[in-house]
Structures are given as C-alpha cells and as structure tokens.
Write a protein that binds this ligand. Structure first.
Ligand SMILES: C[S@@+](CC[C@H](N)C(=O)[O-])C[C@H]1O[C@@H](n2cnc3c(N)ncnc32)[C@H](O)[C@@H]1O
Length: 288
C-alpha cells in the first residue's frame, strides 16, 4: 500500500495544486517539527500527527493558501507570521526590497515609510538588513498592524519601528504622519475592482479585499500616494512602488505629473516590470 505521504501528494495533485510534493513536505515538516529536507516519502508518523496533516490537507483542498494554513511564510531572507488579516507576502515583492537596499546602502540612518505594511514584510526586511535605519509602518487595518508588530518583535527590530493606523485618503494624513522620510516604499492595492472575482480562490477568498482592491482602474491608491508623497519626502528622497502586470508605465506617469522624477523601472525574475523607482528633486537654493 502507498505511503501516507504519497496519498497526500496525489490528493493535492488531483486538486490542481501546483507543487504537491513540496507542499506535502512542508505540511509534514510543520507537524513533525523537522526541516523539509528531513522529510522523505516513507517517513513513519503517529496517528495523532497523521490527523494533523489530514486537517491541513482538508483546508488546502479548499484552496486555502499553504502559508495561511501553516501560519507563516518566508519572504526575502526572513520568516513572517501570516493570517487571513494580511496579504500573503509574495516572492514578486522581493525585488522591491532588493532595489530599496541598493539605494539605502548609501544613506546613513535612513528613515523609511511603508504605506500599506500588511504583515510588515517589506519595511521589516529593510530594517533587519540595515541596523541603523528606522521606519514607520502605516496600514488602514488594525489587525494587520497587530500582526506586523508581532513580526517586528520576532525580528528584534521593534525599537526602530513605529506603527500608525491611518488611511492615505484621510484629509489629515500628512499631519498624522508629521515627519519626512528618506524613502517611501509601498505595495498598495492595485487590482481593478471588477477583476477581483476572476482571481484564484487562494487570493480572492483568503487575501483581504482591502489589500487587493485598487478601485475602478486599479490606480486609485497610486494616484493618492502620488499626491501626498512630495510632502512626505525629504529633498532627494525616493519612492519605490510595486506595480501589477502592465501598470508600471502608467504609475510612473502619475508620479511624474506630481513632480517626481522617474529613476528606474525594475523587472522581477519573470521579466515583468514590477518596481517603479522615483525621486524627489533636491530644491534649488533660493539665495544662490
Ligand atoms: C497589497 S497589500 C501589501 C501588504 C504588504 N506590504 C506586502 O507587500 O505584502 C496592501 C496593504 O495596504 C493596506 N491599505 C489598503 N488601503 C489602504 C489605505 N487607504 N490606507 C492605508 N493602508 C491601506 C491594506 O490593508 C494592505 O495591508
């Protein structure tokens, strides 16, 4: 008779789950408190452990994302807790972190603002890699902020980050923030409202709508962030934005229309224009 491991692989494959063997290994590793590399297909497990794997399998067959079943996900170099209150951190977003680090290595004691921090994966990866940097993480969701704060604790960066529950559409948003930054990073919601129902179950049922819905054309949050960014940045400060497929040029145009300069559009590993980098000009000395 086939091992329990293989039975799980087959059930996941039959449900069109993309990497059934890897996901089975990750479930077993979680239940057995082992590394995924220590899991092999004939591994013996107790009845109690089997029950736990079956419970995970049942959830996964309903297309709940694996990270939300396990309760954590690796992003960039670090592990983040995830729940249904936050967007599952995406590998596509790592290029934004890498692009930001390239710029920030030349800025000492950088002060960074993350607009829409979710799990905290972007700003907290940056702060962990840059021990002299500080940050402010904003989100409209208080549940996301609670989780982001827990992730900051786990990464031991809590003393260098503050959290603010606010919306960038608030009329007093600039006053609430009350400071200027060397860099703004943001992966705002960018799916056109009408497209949300066409997304995979994993996304439309398990990522919060607040993290997805970019308004009628997908650009509502970019347009608002572009309006406020110049007042939140130091002269010479940078904005790095994640772009959905086919959105990068238009996002750049929106920010250019608000006075920022386009520095670069960076592709992700699949060749998709994913990260738009802009900069606020350095003001000319009025006396010179
Ligand atoms: C696409 S998710 C990105 C989360 C995280 N930065 C990441 O990359 O995984 C967008 C985040 O923006 C937040 N958000 C949406 N609209 C907002 C608004 N008007 N003001 C502040 N945050 C908002 C959502 O709650 C969500 O956490």
């Amino acid at each position: 008779m086939e091992s329990f491991f293989l039975q799980v692989v087959q059930k996941l494959a039959a449900a069109q789950i993309e990497s059934p063997r890897l996901e089975t290994r990750l479930m077993f590793a979680e239940v057995l408190h082992r590394l995924p590399s220590e899991i092999f297909q004939d591994i013996t497990i107790t009845e109690e452990e089997k029950k736990k794997v079956e419970d995970m399998l049942e959830q996964r067959l309903k297309h709940k994302p694996l990270d939300k079943i396990l309760g954590h996900k690796e992003f960039y170099k670090y592990e983040f807790k995830v729940t249904e209150d936050v967007l599952s951190p995406r590998q596509d977003t790592e290029i934004l972190v890498e692009s930001a680090l390239e710029i920030l290595q030349n800025i000492s004691k950088a002060y960074i603002l993350d607009l829409g921090c979710g799990s905290g994966c972007i700003i907290e990866s940056l702060l962990k890699d840059l021990p002299s940097a500080r940050g402010c993480a904003v989100d409209i969701s208080d549940k996301a902020l609670i989780l982001a704060a827990e992730n900051a604790d786990n990464l031991e960066i809590s003393e260098r980050i503050c959290f603010l529950n606010a919306s960038w559409f608030d009329t007093d948003f600039i006053i609430k923030i009350g400071e200027k930054f060397d860099m703004i990073v943001s992966n705002p919601p960018y799916i056109p409202s009408a497209d949300i129902d066409t997304l995979d179950t994993e996304v439309k049922e398990y990522d919060p709508r607040l993290a997805l819905d970019g308004g009628e054309n997908g650009y509502d949050s970019y347009a608002q962030i572009a309006r406020i960014a110049p007042r939140l940045l130091q002269d010479g400060g940078y904005v790095l934005l994640e772009a959905g497929i086919g959105q990068a040029e238009k996002i750049a145009d929106i920010f250019i229309a608000n006075g920022l300069r386009l520095r670069k559009i960076v592709n992700d590993l699949s060749g998709i224009a994913r990260c738009v980098i802009l900069q606020k000009a350095v003001a000319e000395n009025k006396n010179s």
